[in-house]
Structures are given as structure tokens and as C-alpha cells.
Design a protein around this ligand. Structure first.
Ligand code: 2U9
Length: 372
């Protein structure tokens, strides 16, 4: 029940004190409820409005009807009340302003557009790598990973690279400095392919194994639209008892159809890698021009109008490579296997029609957010 000024019937000191105390506790408790500008205006008008404000009522109901001998006493109380009400109204003004400013600041105009928090997205190269890995996981392959700083042994020697193989020298490989004192095979370098992980895995796991190895690799290549000193590869290895070249072709044909659609065709042309024999390159019918070599009346650049795009290198694991892990059950006379390797950035470039590999590494959100 809000406080109301009631007519005084007893003008004794005590009665006046309790009447004033009653009024002040009402004033204070109402003041605490003021939490906005509008509240304050209502509070001020309720207590100070000329017409029917509490102060006016006090005047009308306490002072005016007060008997002569109590006039002065009541008059003093009324002034005290007036002063206290004005103070309280002012203080409340400050607080409600600060509150209202707090409130104003907290006032949430839900009609305003929300705060756009750009959420990150998978990088197009990682997206492509995960799509490729998931095709092989569905074929029962497991994912293997390993160190990016490798030794010459794991990156070259155990992969059947003869000592003077051109890939070994600095123009292709980024060596860690001050390694000259170490024996060659222990010299550290930035791995040039993820193949060392296959060797490390065969040292740990006995055959049969089926693994895919995604990861960063490094080459001493000056950056341009299609080369980067750091890029991404996905390699794969399947070793079992009597794996044939047909298993390689069947597996890789299935893989590329799963990734690019069952309408693409594949073909294999002979190639050479130190760690596979025989070796091949797998071509796929151009999924950009459909194999015609033309995009509308523009020549198809990705397939250089050949209608075929080189996707990956592959081959049967060279028995010399198994020599390095034969103590763990990889007897070249018993086991055989196939392996493959592809550049993931290159596939992402083809898939998303990106014309400069550097865009992947510049961290420009305007470019990257296109893939979210
Ligand atoms: C072991 C045995 C064989 C991995 C292979 C390729 C062919 C290949 C290139 C693709 C594009 C490198 O990034 S790239 O330039 N790789 O063509 N890689 S077979 O062969 C292995 C690997 C490990 C133990």
C-alpha cells in the first residue's frame, strides 16, 4: 500500500516525530525502487508535484490545519521534510541517471542487428585432405602421422634413394644447418614427402597394413602460383600377401570416383619413383571441362585442353624398400604392396578453381571465408 499523508489528529512532539519518521521511511524505500529516468520523474512528481505531491499534502493536511501553538513546531518539521525530500530526489536523480545510463547502456535494442561474430571455417586444403582421408578410412585404411623434421635415413635412404640422387641435394631439400658433423643418414632435414612415415609405421606395425598419411612437406621451391616451399601431401600404402597392380588400379579408381563423382574416368601411364617399381601416374578425365578440353568457347586451362588431369603418382612398392623393414615381417619374397602420393593443395586448386596456390597461405579472410 503506497504511503499516503493522513490528517494529523495529535500534534504532540512524539506524534509529530512518528509522523515524520513514517514519511521518511516511505521516502527512502520508494527512492530505492527508482531505477530509470522515467521512474525518477514519477518519484519526483509523487513527492514534489505542486498539485497533489506529498509535500503539498503535508502542507495541506499537517501545517494548514495545525493549531496555533503547534504551527511553529509543525512548520519546522515541514521545512525539514521539504529539505530531505529535495535531497533524496536529487540523489535519486544521480543514481537513476547512473542506473539509467547503466540501464541505457544495458538497454538492448533487439531491433538492432546482432554483433556479427565471424566463425572460422575449415581451410580449403584441410577440407580437401579430410575428404580424401575419409574415402580411405571407409576402405579400412588407418591414418598415420609422423615428424616434419626427418633424418636423411627415413626421408631418402630407406626409400631406396641412391646416395647421389638429385632429390637429395639442397636445391630440392631444406636441410637443418650445422649437421655436417653427423653421419649422413642422421642429418636432419625438412621432410620432402610423407613417405618416411610409411617406413616408421612398418617398423612399428607388422604386415598387413593399410595406411594413409596426410601432412605438410617442404621443398626448396621459390613460391609462385603453383609452387610453395611448404605444401600438403597425402600418401598411402597397402602391404599384404599377394597385392597386385590390379589392386592399386581398382583402389585408386574407386578413390577418385568417390571424391570427384562416378562419371570421371581414370587411366594410368608409366612413370618412375625410386620407391616404387613399376610406377605410374594416374590421370583422371577433366572434371572441369568434362574431358572436351573446352569450357564454353574458352580452352580448358586446368587440363591444358588434353581432357585429362594428372592426379597422383603410384606404384608397387620396390622390394628394396622392404629390405629396410624386413626384420619386422616385411620379407620382400612374401609380401607385396602398392603406394601412392598426391599433392593436396593442387587437388584443392582444381576442385575450387583457385588460380594461385599462395592464396592458401596468405590468411586473407576475404579469400578463406568463401569456403565456409
Ligand atoms: C613407401 C613406399 C612407396 C609414395 C608415392 C608418389 C608415388 C608420388 C608425388 C605426388 C605429388 C609427390 O606431392 S607430390 O609431388 N608422390 O607421386 N608417392 S608413390 O610411395 C611410397 C611411399 C612409401 C614405403
Amino acid at each position: 500500500m503506497p504511503y499516503t499523508v493522513t490528517k494529523l489528529t495529535d500534534y504532540s512532539e512524539a506524534a509529530l516525530d512518528s509522523a515524520v519518521r513514517g514519511l521518511f521511511s516511505a521516502l527512502d524505500s520508494e527512492a530505492t525502487t527508482v531505477s530509470s529516468d522515467t521512474d525518477w520523474k514519477a518519484f519526483r512528481d509523487r513527492w514534489m508535484a505542486r498539485k497533489n505531491g506529498v509535500l503539498t499534502q503535508v502542507n495541506d493536511l499537517w501545517l494548514k490545519p495545525a493549531p496555533k501553538d503547534a504551527k511553529r513546531e509543525v512548520g519546522q518539521r515541514v521545512n525539514e521534510i521539504k529539505k530531505r525530500v529535495e535531497e533524496t530526489v536529487d540523489q535519486t536523480a544521480e543514481r537513476s541517471k547512473s542506473d539509467s545510463s547503466v540501464l541505457d547502456s544495458e538497454r538492448l535494442d533487439i531491433s538492432l542487428p546482432g554483433i556479427h561474430r565471424p566463425i572460422g571455417a575449415e581451410h580449403p586444403v584441410i577440407k580437401t585432405m579430410n575428404e580424401i582421408v575419409s574415402v580411405f578410412r571407409n576402405l579400412g585404411y588407418s591414418v598415420s602421422e609422423g615428424p616434419e623434421i626427418e633424418t636423411d635415413y627415413y626421408n631418402f635412404e630407406s626409400l631406396n634413394f641412391p646416395p647421389n640422387h638429385p632429390a637429395r641435394d639442397t636445391q630440392d631439400t631444406l636441410f637443418i644447418a650445422n649437421q655436417e658433423s653427423k653421419p649422413l643418414r642422421e642429418r636432419l632435414l625438412l621432410r620432402t614427402h610423407t613417405s618416411p612415415v610409411q617406413i616408421r609405421t612398418m617398423e612399428k606395425l607388422k604386415p598387413p597394413i593399410r595406411i594413409v598419411i596426410p601432412g605438410k612437406v617442404y621443398r626448396n621451391d621459390p613460391p609462385d602460383a603453383s609452387h610453395s616451399p611448404m605444401f600438403h601431401q597425402i600418401e598411402g600404402l597397402a602391404v599384404d600377401y599377394n597385392i597386385k597392380f590390379g589392386d592399386l588400379k581398382g583402389t585408386l579408381d574407386h578413390f577418385i570416383k568417390a571424391l570427384l563423382g562416378s562419371s570421371v574416368k581414370t587411366r594410368f601411364k608409366p612413370s618412375f619413383f625410386p620407391f616404387t617399381e613399376p610406377s605410374a601416374e594416374m590421370m583422371v578425365s577433366c572434371f572441369i571441362c568434362g574431358g572436351s578440353g573446352w569450357r564454353g568457347n574458352d580452352p580448358c586451362r586446368p587440363c591444358k585442353q588434353s581432357g585429362w588431369i594428372e592426379i597422383l603418382g603410384c606404384g608397387m612398392v620396390d622390394p628394396n624398400v622392404f629390405e629396410f623393414v624386413k626384420d619386422n615381417g616385411y620379407d620382400p619374397k612374401k609380401v607385396s604392396g602398392f603406394a601412392f602420393g598426391m599433392g593436396a593443395d593442387r587437388l584443392a586448386i582444381l576442385k575450387y578453381g583457385v588460380d594461385d596456390i599462395q592464396l592458401f597461405f596468405q590468411g586473407d579472410v576475404r579469400f578463406l571465408e568463401q569456403f565456409s
